[in-house]
Write a protein that binds this ligand. Sequence first.
Ligand code: HSE
Length: 331
Amino acid sequence: MIEYRTVRVALLGAGSVGSQVARLLLANGDELAARVGAKLELAGIAVRNIDAERDVDLPRELLTTDAESLIVGADIVIELMGGIEPARGYILSALNSGADVITGNKALLAAHGPELFAQAEQVGAEIYYEAAVAAAIPIIRPLRDSLAGDNIHRILAIVNGSTNFILDRMDRFGDSMESAQKTAFELGFLEADPTLDVGGYDAAQKATILASLAFHSSVDPDGVYREGIDEITAEQIDAARKAGYVIKLLAITERITAEDGTEGVSARVYPALVSREHPLAAVHGGNNAVFVEAEAAGPLMFYGAGAGGVQTASAVLGDLVSAARRHVAGG
Ligand code: HSE
């Protein structure tokens, strides 16, 4: 039997994504160890309430409310708590204690990404965040690495699964906005505060992240134009259908040149008319798709599950394997 060295992993948060990450890590530990060349030891799971009901039964001895102590002893910290604080403070503590960080926290990255990335660079750590945009769909690495040598002209993306689900129900099944929202909520697609989805805030956070990656510049989240789907009516959807279009909540980002010649990046989110001939029109239900137009590569579409605990956990575990390999290579 191979004797592996140990990489200590701290998990912050055991909600729908965090509990699936813990389950998969515990269940598939041997396979992941073989892929990484090190044992990934789940050192603990920081939660607010140890006795809270969870989707998955987690070993009680791993649960703790003392996140700071857990962070100090970890080689890799996975932050899946959501929200700005205390997540921001924990990530800074992790970086400062020499750990690499994995996060799915789109709100935090959209608002404080430049600060966190600067700190990571200063201490020689990495932040991985494949789960922050479009859940299971690999899009962060393709933009950051695979397409880094190309020039991206524009991205058109469906990055919010619940609003896509709602608009799709209205378009294909004739549901009212109210009943489509109710179904989306029952299926667990909508955020705890549905305004984040329906108002386009979640998509705007993801647009900020995509824009800064695609155009290699920091993008001010307050400069992202945002319009939600709350005003969309069944009549508008019908009229669009008759004219050969479907209404989709799109996140669009592209380079722009202002009248005075200065170059910038535009990022905007709004319900847009999409031709039924366009591949994005065929993105149904809670799925996401990111349509990238690049100079040399041409059009590319990344498509799949954009929400869901276990699907998002897949992206987190991919980041964990990358971070652990880096840790092993670094000695
Ligand atoms: N509420 C989000 C969505 C979950 O509907 O896409 C995934 O970020």
